[in-house]
Design a binder for this molecule. Structure first.
Ligand SMILES: Cc1ncc(COP(=O)(O)O)c(C=O)c1O
Length: 388
């Protein structure tokens, strides 16, 4: 293998995708409850996405950000029209979107106050990316090991602890970054009261609230972005993963009063807002926002949730069900790795995060009959592990 040894890869070579299935080199089909880690919202082989990619590829693949091109403008317009934000910066990944959000928050604060007001507060168990700044924002020591010295200006608050947060916000703090539901950290939901209090204190102190919706966004939790269902507006929002429908695409968005802090020369990205990725992104957003799409998804998600709750109630090996929309998890009392391996053998793709949390992030197009296949598998395997 010529690739660096950075991923724990299972020896499967995927060659094709069809609807909600991945297919390996031997023709074996895998019902997918991971969707490329929340990246393929419409499953595989979606005609609208493919058509948009082909059309844009035949017209123009890349022109540089010295010029406007059509699809990034259209994508930004779709994002602005369907959120509370006024301006969008297009990037290539979640980490890059978060890097930009951190820079924007610091510049806003510097212009308004002074250069010493630059600390970003993040939360324990969070995950914000693998670049040095986003790695530092990530509130898990295991990700920091081996990479010191880390950039300065980051502090960590226990997730959900509003009293500690209040004591941490002093004159050095410019922003708070939070995932409304922690993904890599184990499907941990930020309670609405906690977020409301956070919004209030952020307003009082003029500290910017950044929602990292890289995993929760683009329909995943049941609304276009999770903040919309919560009714709490962040000042900056980051998106990636499903935004590009499988192509690398990220974004950070902000209201005008914040966004105007960045001027030419402050930030950029050679590939950011690539026209082909944006064409795919437009197709994704248009599909997800079609009337009825999210209603249908939420109905299926409710069914999935009920079935998982039943398993959590039935088997002592399950500690707890957590999740919202199609971002669902079962925390076990045991390591989940061998269950994931068993699932692959049985033609199912599931994931385990933070050692003991089985995480389900299927395409938003998953069907009840397909959920039944997974539930049957889990029922069997959890039963075996509960009696052992
Ligand atoms: C919430 C969150 N933020 C940021 C990232 C980083 O995204 P990327 O891997 O595209 O850099 C991830 C990736 O899992 C994520 O889940």
């Amino acid at each position: 293998m010529d690739l660096m040894n950075t991923y724990k890869q299972y020896p499967l070579k995927m060659v094709k995708g069809e609807y909600n299935y991945l297919i390996d080199e031997n023709g074996k089909r895998y019902l997918d409850f991971l969707s490329g880690i929340a990246v393929n919202p419409l499953g595989y082989g979606n005609k609208k996405i493919e058509g948009a990619i082909i059309e844009q590829t035949m017209n123009l693949i890349h022109a540089s950000n010295y010029f406007y091109t059509q699809t990034p403008l259209k994508l930004a317009e779709l994002l602005v029209k369907n959120t509370c934000f006024d301006k969008v910066f297009l990037a290539n990944s979640g980490a890059e979107a978060n890097e930009g959000a951190i820079k924007l928050a610091r510049k806003y604060s510097e212009l308004k106050y002074n250069i010493d007001r630059n600390v970003i507060i993040s939360f324990t168990n969070s995950f914000h990316g693998r670049t040095l700044a986003t790695l530092t924002a990530t509130g898990q020591d295991s990700f920091h090991e081996h990479f010191f010295p880390l950039p300065g200006g980051f502090k960590y608050c226990p997730f959900g602890d509003i009293n500690t947060l209040k004591t941490m916000i002093d004159d050095s703090v410019c922003a708070i970054i939070i995932e409304p539901i922690q993904g890599e950290g184990g499907i941990n939901i930020a309670q609405k009261d906690f977020l409301l209090s956070m919004r209030k204190i952020a307003d009082e102190k003029d500290v910017l609230l950044i929602f990292d919706e890289v995993q929760t966004g683009i329909g995943r939790t049941g609304s276009f972005f999770a903040y919309q269902d919560l009714g709490i507006e962040p000042d900056i929002l980051t998106s990636a993963k499903a935004l590009g429908g499988g192509l690398p695409l990220g974004a950070f968005m902000a209201k005008e009063v914040v966004a105007k802090s960045l001027v030419p020369g402050d930030h950029g990205s050679t590939f950011g807002g690539n026209p082909v990725a944006c064409a795919s992104g437009c197709a994704v957003i248009e599909t997800i926002l079609e009337p009825g799409f999210l209603d249908q998804m939420n109905e299926v998600a409710e069914y999935f949730k009920e079935e998982l709750v039943k398993l959590a109630d039935k088997y002592p090996v399950v500690k707890e069900f957590r999740g919202k929309g199609l971002m669902l998890g079962l925390e076990l009392y045991i390591d989940g790795a061998d269950l994931v391996k068993k699932a692959y053998e049985e033609g199912l793709i599931i994931n385990c995060t933070n050692v003991r949390v089985l995480r389900f992030l299927p395409p938003l197009t998953i069907k009840k009959e397909e959920i039944d296949i997974l539930i049957k598998f889990l029922d069997n395997e959890l039963m075996k592990r509960s009696v052992a």
